[in-house]
Design a binder for this molecule. Structure first.
Ligand SMILES: NC(=O)c1ccc[n+]([C@@H]2O[C@H](COP(=O)([O-])OP(=O)(O)OC[C@H]3O[C@@H](n4cnc5c(N)ncnc54)[C@H](OP(=O)(O)O)[C@@H]3O)[C@@H](O)[C@H]2O)c1
Length: 434
């Protein structure tokens, strides 16, 4: 591995790690994983002002870099041991007018206090469906969800100040990598953290919460309607149940969970939580729903509990099925701009997706049910306007499955838990105070 502070142009959060060359970062001491009940390494309620990373490599002002510590994988991951923590060089200043962002947006640098994992972190690393569709450059950093304190502002950022406690979701366009001691994020993608929320809770919200919100919006859910969301205790499901009840004012919210999570789901707003390990939700519920969100991949069975040939039509929204070319279009455009593949490949992928979605959704079509796929996107505005308002009004809980320290063993334990697919709420990694 090169000892030079090499900068990649593809992802400001994804520079070549200086694994062999750097002494351990002061924040990267090794700790045993804390497991589900342990106290996080950081006091997540602390709003202490962030310290700057120390090491600075100065060439000229535009090429100056600093070293940070971040989680990454360096090959197709098959096991939690394939995740590592190492030193990366990043530009000394947060990026401004980033080349790939249209319109350009300015970034802030966050001293990370907590970062949450999502299934997509494992999916990317193991080259699952998403990984096969979207090429990954190694070493690749890990993590979308972040909560922390603003340590530096990109030029032009006016909504935030150094020392502000914030949270948000990174995206493919600007680069992922929230499991780190510092990360750069577009100012548009973050919101101020409500003071009543701890950092580990704030980090647990963005990706899963925004997915639930945007899927529910796409479903047209409104007061007077009945909704079914499967896996109601999962990361997305636990937010979807609460938002359906407390924000969209659904009349009836039903879900499926395994045995130990029935009470959890009822506590999140479900009127019915069917134990899917013992009962068939199709037989239990019947065709009474106006709207369904699929977070598991059960479209043919869900088709049987949506009201057939209704007017207006019942609506099925998937976050796990197959998107069509229109739904995946913005993402494909972005990947083309990044040079990850050309226009012909994008067109071919679009055609394959259209045919695949048309075939897979035939049961829904036969019953006159509208369907669609939602790719969630980052949105500081949604965090601010929807989540902050609900949290401050006491109308949203943030379920946390387990918390781990920022160390290789903590990281690997967190991935082990995520990969079991059995969580109740979110898997969160807490960083040490800088
Ligand atoms: N399109 C997008 O933008 C987008 C965004 C976020 C997530 N996703 C995808 O959505 C899926 C869910 O994400 P997540 O973050 O909610 O996952 P998660 O936090 O890992 O939760 C998965 C949940 O599913 C439950 N489960 C597993 N099999 C089930 C079944 N047959 N019936 C009911 N529940 C079942 C699990 O617990 P038990 O089995 O113990 O009950 C667990 O609670 C993932 O595939 C993810 O990649 C897509």
């Amino acid at each position: 591995m090169s000892t030079a502070a090499h900068q990649s142009q593809d992802n400001p959060n994804d520079m070549e790690p200086l694994i062999s060359a750097q002494p351990p970062h002061p924040d990267a001491e090794q700790h045993e994983p804390t497991g589900a009940t342990a106290t996080p390494a950081v006091d997540p309620s602390s709003d202490a002002t962030a310290a700057e990373p120390s090491a600075t490599t100065t060439k000229n002002s535009s090429e100056a870099t600093i070293n940070i510590t971040a989680a990454y994988f360096n090959k197709v991951a098959k096991h939690p041991d394939d995740f590592h923590i190492g030193s990366f060089a990043i530009p000394a200043e947060p990026p401004t007018d980033h080349v790939r962002i249209k319109p350009p947006t300015d970034h802030v640098r966050i001293k990370v206090y907590a970062a949450a994992l999502n299934p997509i972190d494992w999916e990317r690393a193991q080259k699952g469906t998403l990984g096969r569709l979207f090429p990954i450059k190694y070493p690749s950093r890990v993590g979308y969800d972040v909560a922390g304190v603003v340590s530096k502002l990109g030029a032009g950022v006016t909504r935030f100040n150094p020392g502000d406690a914030v949270y948000g979701r990174l995206n493919h366009e600007t680069g992922v990598g929230s499991v780190a001691d510092y990360v750069d994020i577009a100012a548009d993608d973050i919101a101020h953290k409500p003071s009543c929320l701890r950092f580990n809770q704030a980090a647990a919200i963005p990706l899963a919460g925004l997915t639930a919100l945007q899927a529910l919006r796409a479903s047209g859910l409104a007061e007077g309607k009945n909704i079914f969301v499967n896996a109601g205790a999962g990361g997305v499901g636990s937010f979807a149940l609460q938002l359906a009840k407390n924000y969209f004012r659904a009349t009836k919210v039903s879900t499926t969970v395994s045995t130990s999570k029935v009470e959890v789901a009822m506590g999140l707003g479900a009127a019915e939580a069917i134990d899917y390990t013992k009962k068939d939700f199709v037989k239990e519920l019947g065709p009474q729903y106006d709207v369904a969100i699929d977070t598991v991949g059960e479209h043919s069975r869900i088709a049987k509990i949506l009201r057939p040939h209704a007017s207006p039509p019942s609506k099925f929204v998937s976050i796990v099925g197959v998107p069509n070319s229109a739904e995946v279009g913005p993402l494909l455009d972005q990947l083309r701009r990044q040079g990850l593949f050309g226009a012909a490949k994008a067109k071919f992928i679009g055609k394959v997706l259209d045919a695949s979605q048309w075939w897979k959704m035939r049961d829904l079509r036969k019953r006159g049910i509208d369907y669609g796929f939602v790719f969630a996107r980052s949105s500081g505005e949604d965090l601010d306007m929807v989540f902050n308002a609900l949290i401050e009004g006491g109308a949203l809980q943030v379920p946390i499955d387990s918390t781990y320290e920022f160390s290789e063993s903590g990281l690997r334990s967190a991935f082990s838990r995520l990969m079991e697919g059995k969580v109740a709420g979110k898997v969160v990694i807490c960083m040490k105070k800088g």
